[in-house]
Design a protein around this ligand. Structure first.
Ligand code: APR
Length: 176
């Protein structure tokens, strides 16, 4: 079965997929936005595993552009894949780091055996990445990854939280 790319407007914590991607920060200890929602709804088991990661391999925090998986706790998903997006900069092009969030999250999902993955608009909130470019980068990167291995996943789902984000992703998906 070939992978399908879908777009949903809603709460990423409500997605019944194998893996939900979290727009985390390097501390892995929670925050606002997607991060806050995932920890709030997913419960303490997620944070407990994040703390264990900080006590072990990620003693200095999760670097920007990298991804690591934990349980999804009480979410209707099996795993949370935490990734740290770049903060948008007007002077430095950090696109490669944003691309890495998607490619590393997909690599982690494939390693887990996840067949359905939900992504938020990484960096497009607190990290101030302009939505049109955040959407274009997400769609282009995921499409390229799926083209290189069309049977790796059943569904990759972009989950957007408001109309403006939905319009940005619809435009990016229409760019073909
Ligand atoms: N479901 C889906 N999308 C959401 C949700 C949700 N529950 N909450 C917010 N969003 C959207 C935002 O509207 C934005 O478009 O997710 C996108 C990413 O926004 P943020 O969550 O702010 O993530 P980011 O911009 O990557 O900033 C990460 O914010 O919450 C802190 O701890 C986090 O420090 C980290 C930083």
């Amino acid at each position: 079965m070939r992978s399908t790319l879908t777009l949903v407007q809603g709460d990423i914590t409500a997605q019944a997929v194998d893996a939900v991607v979290n727009a985390a920060n390097s501390s892995l200890l929670g925050g606002g936005g997607v991060d806050g929602a995932i920890h709030r709804r997913g419960g303490p088991d997620i944070l407990a595993e994040c703390r264990a990661l900080r006590a072990g391999h990620y003693g200095r925090g999760l670097p920007t552009g990298q991804a690591v998986a934990t349980t999804a706790g009480r979410l209707p998903a099996r795993w949370v894949i935490h990734t740290v997006g770049p903060v948008h900069s007007a002077t430095e092009d950090r696109t490669a780091l944003l691309v890495s969030c998607y490619t590393q999250s997909l690599r982690t999902a494939a390693e887990l055996g996840a067949r359905t993955v939900a992504f938020p608009a990484i960096s497009a909130g607190v990290y101030r990445w302009p939505l049109p470019d955040a959407a274009r980068t997400a769609v282009t990167t995921v499409r390229a990854a799926l083209a290189s291995d069309p049977t790796a996943f059943d569904e990759i789902r972009f989950v957007v939280f408001n109309d403006r984000a939905r319009e940005a992703y619809e435009a990016a998906l229409a760019e073909g």
